[in-house]
Design a binder for this molecule. Structure first.
Ligand SMILES: [Zn+2]
Length: 62
């Protein structure tokens, strides 16, 4: 993992990457583009939307 991710929205390489571990142990990454402020999530190399992230958090609490 290098963090050299292109923004899917504007294509620049100026992207912040933050790793998160959800309560159930799932590791996800949060990306945010400096240029266009696009934000997105990734789980194990697969795109995941915020709703799915929140769903995992909610399931872990049940
Ligand atoms: Zn962008």
């Amino acid at each position: 993992m290098t963090g050299l991710m292109d923004c899917p929205q504007c294509g620049v390489n100026d992207v912040i990457e933050i790793k998160h571990r959800l309560p159930d142990g799932t590791e996800v990454q949060f990306f945010s583009c400096h240029r266009c402020e696009e934000k997105w999530w990734d789980r194990g190399g697969q795109p995941i939307d915020l709703r799915q992230v929140l769903e995992l958090v909610r399931k872990a609490r049940d």
